[in-house]
Design a protein around this ligand. Structure first.
Ligand code: AMP
Length: 303
């Protein structure tokens, strides 16, 4: 089952305590697509500027991501500049240049409008809604966002959430969005606005899933070498939704396995700058880390 993703395709300049990535290919839709491409066919909708070359597209094309919805406009590609301190969980945004995204009007290709799974990756919530207006046939609608949009467009974001089944968001962002510091309470507030499944990403502390009456918690894979956390959330979403798409959407969502797959993909994402590690992943590596998660989280009942 295919996934349609709309989000940012970007050039990122990222500083971490371990190095600098200058103008590397990034963006929420990029990292999502790379990760999801291991699990399901991916259709990407975004805009880039004329500085985004064939060579920049190649890694996505080589993973089989369908780029017919990646429009090239005159001007500069979206740029994000961020820095991480030793606490790698929260980047400081130093600069956001919307560039060609400022005037982008997404047009979903006619033949893509009935894609069963739609992921509205982190981008302007007004653009997310415009996409939703065009995609009548989606059976599962999932969204992500970030502090930049919670600050600048809270009403547009809340209007969008009324129409979304599954929200992926990080812990700081859901606290900011709801004004509620307690995560289960914050999830309940967002669920009262629309989405029935809330996935709270907590960086190196793992993930919390609230799905109907069920809650599920998973640690992050304990990695010793984290080079750059950028895109971890998107790679998680790619694995999580990619797995759901691969399994089909009949019956209850298998959010537990999906969360493990998401965590596996995110754990590889942070091992290198940009998507360099994920792009060369192999299936044995993916399976190996899934097994390690089973071991990591397994516990026997009390004797
Ligand atoms: P994350 O998975 O949260 O680490 O997402 C990282 C990606 O988000 C980076 O590659 C950035 O290009 C992208 N990004 C940063 N700020 C924004 C924004 N305001 N809107 C859309 N994408 C953004």
């Amino acid at each position: 089952m295919s996934i349609l993703v709309v989000g940012s395709v970007a050039f990122d300049t990222v500083t971490t305590p371990f190095g600098v990535g200058r103008e590397v290919v990034g963006g929420s839709a990029t990292h999502f697509s790379m990760s999801a491409s291991f699990w399901a066919p991916v259709r990407l909708v975004a805009v880039v500027g004329d500085d985004f070359t064939e060579a920049h597209r190649r890694p996505l094309a080589e993973r089989g991501v369908d780029l017919h919805g990646l429009v090239t406009a005159r001007g500069r590609t979206f740029r994000w500049v961020g820095a991480y301190d030793y606490d790698l969980n929260n980047p400081r945004t130093l600069d956001t240049q919307l560039n060609v995204f400022a005037s982008f009007k997404p047009e979903i290709p006619e033949t893509w409008r009935d894609t069963p799974l739609l992921f509205l990756a982190n981008i302007d919530p007004d653009l997310q809604s415009e996409v939703l207006d065009q995609v009548g046939g989606a059976r599962l609608i999932a969204a992500d966002t970030m502090n930049y949009w919670i600050d600048s467009k809270p009403d547009a974001l809340k209007a969008l959430l009324r129409r979304v089944r599954l929200l992926l968001i990080n812990d700081g962002e859901i606290r900011q969005l709801t004004g509620q510091p307690n995560l289960p309470r914050a999830a309940a507030i967002v669920r009262s606005w629309g989405p029935s499944t809330i996935v709270i990403k907590r960086g190196e502390h793992g993930v919390l899933v609230f799905d109907g009456a069920e809650a599920f918690a998973l640690p992050a894979y304990p990695l010793e070498d984290v080079l750059d956390p950028t895109g971890a959330g998107d790679a998680f979403a790619g694995g999580f939704l990619g797995y759901l798409a691969a399994r089909g959407l009949d019956g209850a969502l298998d959010v537990r396995r999906a969360a493990v797959v998401g965590s596996v993909m995110a754990s590889y994402q942070v091992e290198a700058f940009s998507f360099d590690r994920v792009a060369r992943l192999t299936w044995p590596e993916i399976r190996d880390r899934y097994q390690k998660f089973i071991h990591l989280t397994h516990v026997e009942p009390l004797p």
